[in-house]
Design a protein around this ligand. Structure first.
Ligand code: FAD
Ligand code: NAD
Length: 367
């Protein structure tokens, strides 16, 4: 079916075209949607195999080709955000004229529900591993040069390893390398690295294998997934983050986004539940951030404190939440995000409901 200019054809299926110069191949995708951004474009090019996925709401458009000729490592992605045009610019290896772009692979030029598209993995190199606490480490993975991928705030990826001959897959939530440095100036925040804060369990199948990886080893990383929407934060005046243990990980990018990009926020409060004092992740950074930004407050709650702990104690409960989660004004627009072990999240949501908060005022991070 042709799209005739000027008609009100409501076919929102994206389409693509391509052209070449002596040295370049440009693939242009017309998404037919406004508000495109770099997080919605995931491109991988390995040898002659090109895979370009564009996320459009709950749908996914895919370009998947065996290219006609070899290309050089690395490519550019240009996005005309307002008109919804995406360009993938490949560099020819040899100065030859391409007769065709390539041979279409199985899912080429399909536009389907995102959930019906299988996860795609690329191999990432472990470049560093640093201690955060006695059992938690910060892993830095490097994406291949020929991958364009950014993990949006509130989303997770899946890691895949072969353990004792079997493929094992677990979800992890990428964070920032720090909450207190100015990331925009750091060379390590160039989009080529993924930072993961992972607790190593002494009998954990996946985390034990991960902990045994050497610098330079590879691990497979999927494209991002998750149903958190930044727009939920963009209209809030009070933001509450309830995190337990490594349930802190989705809060990292969320905190940074809230404090640097959401001007209507008046208060941001993290209530951080841990067993013991030495389990608290990034305590110094959180305290430093609270000093630096008056809108931000952090409260630590321990379930197994020592006698000398002067702060809050216990687990998540109605009384604790009624005390700690309060609107800054009677009619403040509030968002409460919650993440941790499943029973923690379930109890938290139940307590918040009992306190009168609506479904729209909460977001629970789950698998
Ligand atoms: P398993 O072999 O599954 O478990 C072995 C033993 O370890 C258990 O018997 C228990 O003693 C202990 N254990 C394992 N899992 C848990 C648990 N969930 N709670 C309490 N004890 C446990 N983890 C992170 O460290 N960082 C993240 O950023 C992160 N992001 C996640 C995002 C999502 C969406 C989800 C659903 C989970 C996330 N997790 C994260 C948890 C992660 O996916 C694994 O469940 C965790 O790493 C344990 O895997 P394992 O194979 O080592 O342990
Ligand atoms: P942990 O065992 O060290 O416990 C931390 C705190 O969680 C405790 O101090 C307690 O306050 C609370 N808690 C634990 N079990 C509870 C229970 N049964 N009921 C009420 N409160 C409870 O935590 P951890 O080992 O760091 O585990 C973190 C959890 O967060 C994991 O289960 C992980 O899968 C989950 N997680 C989920 C996501 C996500 O869904 N997006 C992201 C990251 C982590």
């Amino acid at each position: 079916e042709k799209n005739i200019p000027g008609t009100s054809a409501r076919d929102l299926t994206p389409s693509y075209d391509w052209f070449q110069t002596d040295g370049l191949i440009t693939i242009v995708v017309y998404t037919k949607q406004k508000d495109m951004n770099a997080e919605l474009v995931i491109v991988d090019c390995q040898d002659k195999r090109l895979r370009g996925e564009i996320i459009l709401a709950d749908h996914s458009y895919l370009i998947e080709l065996d290219l006609d000729h070899a290309v050089r490592e690395g490519f550019d992605v240009n996005i005309a955000e307002k008109v919804g045009k995406v360009e993938i610019i490949l560099k020819k290896k040899d100065n030859v004229h391409w007769k065709v772009l390539g041979r279409p692979l199985e899912s080429h030029n399909t536009f389907i529900k995102r959930t019906d598209r299988g996860l795609f993995y690329r191999k990432c190199k472990l470049v560093s591993k640093t201690e955060v606490t006695h059992d938690t480490k910060l892993f830095c993975l490097m994406l291949p040069k020929s991958t364009h991928l950014q993990v949006p705030t509130g989303q997770h990826v899946y890691l895949k390893q072969v353990i004792a001959g079997t493929e094992v897959v677990k979800p992890y939530t990428p964070i920032l390398p720090s909450l207190t440095l100015d990331f925009k100036q750091l060379s390590c925040h160039d989009g080529a690295h993924i930072y993961l804060m992972i607790k190593i369990y002494s009998c954990g199948l996946f985390t034990q294998a991960l902990d045994h990886l050497q610098i330079g080893d590879y691990v497979s990383v999927s494209s991002p997934e998750g149903n958190f929407k930044k727009s939920q934060v963009q209209t809030s005046e009070d933001l509450f983050l309830l995190a337990a243990g490594t349930g802190f990980t989705p809060m990292v990018k969320l905190l940074n986004f809230a404090l640097t990009e959401v001007s209507c926020l008046r208060t941001v409060k993290l209530i951080f539940f841990n067993k013991k004092e030495d389990d608290i992740l990034w305590r110094n950074q959180l305290e430093e951030l609270a000093l630096k930004d008056k809108r931000f407050e952090v409260q630590f709650v321990l379930s197994e404190p020592t006698k000398d702990w002067g702060g809050k104690q216990g687990k998540i409960s109605l009384s604790l939440l009624s005390e700690c989660v309060k609107r800054s004004r009677k009619d403040s627009k509030v968002l409460i995000c919650i993440c941790g072990p499943t029973p923690f999240t379930e109890q938290g949501v139940e307590c918040l409901r009992d306190l009168g908060y609506s479904q729209e005022e909460m977001h629970a991070f789950t698998a």
